[in-house]
Design a protein around this ligand. Structure first.
Ligand SMILES: Cc1ncc(COP(=O)(O)O)c(C=O)c1O
Length: 469
């Protein structure tokens, strides 16, 4: 008798962030193989992966053989050794490589196993950095609706109350400031006024918290949750100035934006952010391995050069040699295949194709950059009125997500903020994949539009008007 994968999945596997109860009656989606930008399920059906795994598989799915050889060679040479007190060649080479690619003097690399661990490690590092310099600072400031991971520290930093409430009390203390969602700002607002408004909000939050208690400000170059919020001009320069004014470390959370997603190695280069710390994971290995990293500048590392000083943090698997070998090979492939150049060459074409979706009334906004976009869906384009929670549930979970999957396109209908469809394909996607992606998405959104039109007679339960992030 052959092993029944479907039954075993239902009986034993616990999927992350998944309503497992829905799989009593429907099949668990089982992905069995991948090539290029495509995946195949257990029934032999193919899908275009418009989400790059989870914003992660930069080189697509065709490099298993080559990366596997690098992993095999490392397995034979040294299958494991730790970064606790010891170094090994692959961790050294990868740290060197990442430091070369990173902007400015982000010269020191601390390896972890993923994005949440990176955020966790950055916050702890920021706290300890202040302490070794004689100051007790502990608070972290992030932005509303931002996602930074799920371990208790990273979860506390998240700006999504629905994810956090269940697990309270959380790690003290975090504050949340406005994000760069421009779509729900007054239509006539000039960009520099928006920037000033956001910076004032940040500074007021710091002053209210007590500047000498704030250890770190953490922000993604482009915020994913809520839908690819790009920064207005001058924003990150202002954030940098404010952090400097109050002696606060600035951390760029580049778990998604690092390693090419925005058309450069780091989003910090795209927006000239000059962070003190960078968190990264996903694209570092194109998710072929469980590895992440915290990058720190010379200034942050300096107090730890003291003979008796030590960053009191570590995990067994941080800097695992096989994971490092895989990440090194991934970076080599990204360079050889000109993956970042591919993003730059196609990003305006991509954006143009997505902009055409605005012909549908349900599409309020298209935003993002590089290979990182979001389409915001609205109930009323004129007023920018968003859907009620119940409508959003029916539209996104009830219709869009399953329909896109049925049509062979994986992208994410997300309602952690206002409802958006997130689009973030492998960075090797070319124009054929972009056409297919935007074509299928357009068809499915047109169907969603029809459903909304049918329901339009029903009254909204939320008061019309703009929502401020
Ligand atoms: C910006 C950001 N930070 C941190 C994380 C957490 O990463 P991980 O899921 O690898 O723990 C994510 C995950 O999506 C993320 O998008």
């Amino acid at each position: 008798m052959t092993f029944d994968l479907q039954q075993a999945a239902r009986d034993h596997l616990w999927l992350h962030f998944t309503r497992m109860g829905t799989y009593g009656s429907t099949d668990v989606p089982i992905i069995v193989r991948g090539d290029g930008c495509y995946l195949e399920d257990a029934n032999g059906k193919r899908y275009l992966d418009g989400l790059a795994g989870l914003f992660a598989v930069q080189i697509g799915y065709s490099y298993g053989e080559e990366i596997g050889q690098a992993a095999l060679a490392q397995m034979k040479e040294l299958p494991f050794y730790t970064n606790w007190s010891y170094a090994h060649p692959r961790a050294i080479e990868l740290a060197h490589e990442v430091a070369q690619l990173a902007p400015g003097d982000l010269n020191r690399v601390f390896f972890v196993s993923g994005g949440s661990e990176a955020v966790e490690a950055a916050w702890k590092l920021a706290r300890q950095w202040h302490l070794v310099r004689g100051e007790r600072r502990w608070k972290a400031i992030a932005r509303r609706t931002a996602y930074h991971g799920t371990t208790m520290g990273a979860l506390s930093i998240n700006g999504i109350p629905a994810l956090k409430n269940t697990f309270e009390p959380l790690v003290p203390e975090t504050l949340h400031v406005r994000n760069t969602n421009r779509y729900h700002r007054p239509p006539g607002e000039a960009e520099e006024d928006f920037t000033a408004f956001l910076l004032d909000d940040l500074e007021q939050a710091i002053l209210a918290a007590g500047p000498s208690t704030v250890a770190m400000v953490i922000m993604e170059p482009v915020q994913n949750a809520g839908g690819s919020f790009t920064p207005p001009a001058g924003y990150f320069q202002g954030v940098r100035e404010i952090c400097d004014r109050y002696g606060i470390l600035l951390c760029a959370d580049e778990v998604i934006t690092g390693f090419g997603r925005l058309g450069d190695w780091f989003g910090s280069q795209v927006y000239d952010i000059k962070p003190d710390l960078v968190t990264s994971a996903k694209g570092l290995s194109s998710a072929y391995a469980a590895i992440g990293a915290v990058l720190a500048t010379d200034r942050v590392f300096e107090p730890f050069l003291d003979e008796k000083a030590m960053y009191t943090h570590g995990m067994t698997f941080g800097g695992h040699p096989v994971m490092c070998a895989i990440a090194l090979k991934n970076i080599e492939i990204m360079k050889r295949e000109r993956v970042i150049e591919n993003v730059r060459e196609n990003e305006s074409y991509f954006r143009g194709a997505l902009e055409q979706l605005k012909e549908l009334d349900i599409v309020g906004d298209v935003r993002g950059t590089g290979y990182f976009y979001a389409v915001e869906l609205v109930r009323d384009r004129e007023t920018r009125e968003t859907f009620t929670d119940a409508e959003s549930e029916t539209l996104l979970r009830g219709f869009l997500s399953p329909r896109l999957f049925e049509r062979g396109l994986i992208c994410r209908a997300d309602d952690r903020g206002d409802p958006v469809v997130q689009i973030s394909p492998p960075l090797v996607a070319g124009r054929a994949e972009i056409d297919e992606l935007t074509g299928t998405l357009g068809d499915v959104l047109a169907e969603a539009q029809e459903r909304v039109d049918v329901r339009r007679a029903e009254p909204a339960t939320r008061t019309p008007g703009q929502r401020v992030p």
